[in-house]
Design a protein. Structure first.
Length: 382
């Protein structure tokens, strides 16, 4: 639902009744992921999309029906139909399950707080029951990233505590996902399937080296939604004028800046300095941190020399295996702009465990679950 946070925020503040249609499960090559939503208010105004246009008409009618029926939630499945060329379905060949619910006044009250956080770029999560006993279906609970408390209820204190704990973990990871709770005496007797919608702060891209490649990479990183930092120890090169697409330009020794800045598992570190006095202490530190990606520019000879220097400093083989060097995918890139595409393509593939191969050479579904999506604690479907 956070794909339409701006409009839902306005509707909640206006205390406007509306029906919310949410993609709760995807099979195969569906166009949009779980959590994507469409909403219809009592006046027939619509916002959002759940299929890129394939089934929007049918979902719009279902939303109006739920509003007219007094808010009883409804579920529907849409897939590809070979039997009827005029059937409502997805042309991509996948299947989606959609939950349609009427968002009542109690939910609008606490959703407004979470949506306000999203609109103002603050982390928040909304947990939504998408499967379980009918009396729980569609209930929501929201959390703000700067608070240890939650608002709303899924039906009982035990359910709420269990869902809130797992939702916070997903929020820290920046993942929208599906979790299962209940079915035992320790949490709650009723088993609930809950879709947790998360809005996390932008992931960071740290670009070290104020070179032409960094200018192109900062532009590409900004386009992909990263908060981009360019860092270089040379003040004559590290200027905001040279890097207008960077969120910040830092003049400092790279390893010293990295030691003092905040990183997480979504952070991408790109070392473009191509100078051993900067690269080696920086990479030694970067490879010891729990970041998502570490890449370094240079030839294969430079890479071999780098590995030797890092080994001499005690960097382990497991840590060295995390280094993507030479940086980027083999796209035949030559210009800084082409190289930026090569680097960001590798970052995307690394984050989602992609192969980097042309889709035309692969088999099976194009879309896949997010890495780490299945665990005993939280079965996600982001």
């Amino acid at each position: 639902m956070l794909n339409i946070a701006d409009t839902l925020h306005d509707w909640c503040r206006e205390d406007r009744s509306f029906a919310l249609a949410t993609v709760i499960h995807v099979t195969g090559s569906a166009p949009l992921p779980p959590g994507t939503a469409l909403a219809v208010d009592a006046a027939g105004n619509v916002v959002g999309s759940i299929s890129g246009g394939c089934v929007e008409g049918a979902v719009y009618e279902l939303c109006q029906q739920v509003l007219a029926d007094g808010g009883t939630p409804a579920r529907a499945r849409f897939g590809y139909s070979d039997d009827d060329a005029f059937a409502v379905g997805l042309t991509c060949g996948g299947e989606i399950d959609v939950l349609v619910q009427c968002v009542d006044r109690a939910d609008r009250s606490h959703l407004a707080k979470a949506l306000d956080a999203v609109v103002h770029s603050r982390p928040a999560a909304v947990a939504q029951v998408v499967d379980g006993p009918e009396e729980f279906l569609g209930r929501t609970l929201s959390l703000l990233g700067d608070s240890s408390t939650y608002d709303g209820t899924l039906g009982g204190e035990r359910e709420d505590r269990a869902v809130a704990a797992q939702s916070r973990a997903l929020l820290r990871a920046g993942r929208t996902g599906r979790i299962e709770v209940g079915g035992d005496a320790d949490t709650c007797p009723d088993r609930l399937s809950v879709l947790v919608h998360t809005y996390a702060t932008r992931p960071r891209m740290l670009v070290f080296g104020a070179v032409d490649f960094a200018a192109a990479l900062s532009r590409a990183g900004h386009f992909l939604g990263y908060r981009v930092t360019v860092c270089d120890a040379r003040p004559v090169f590290a200027t905001p004028t040279r890097f207008p697409h960077a969120d910040e330009v830092i003049v400092d020794w790279p390893h010293r800046y990295l030691a003092d800045t905040a990183v997480d598992t979504r952070t991408a570190i790109c070392v473009l300095t191509h100078d051993a006095k900067f690269d080696i202490p920086l990479l030694r530190l970067a490879l010891s941190l729990p970041v998502g990606y570490v890449g370094a520019m240079g030839s294969r000879r430079t890479h071999d020399h780098r590995l030797g220097a890092l080994r001499e400093l005690g960097v382990s083989e497991d840590e060295l295996a995390r280094l993507c060097s030479p940086i980027g995918l083999d796209l035949g890139a030559h210009t800084p702009e082409e190289t930026a595409v090569s680097i960001t393509a590798e970052i995307i593939a690394h984050a989602h465990q992609g192969t980097g191969l042309p889709l035309s050479r692969g088999t099976g579904p194009i879309h896949r679950p997010a890495p780490g999506a299945l665990s005993s604690a939280a079965r996600t479907a982001a």
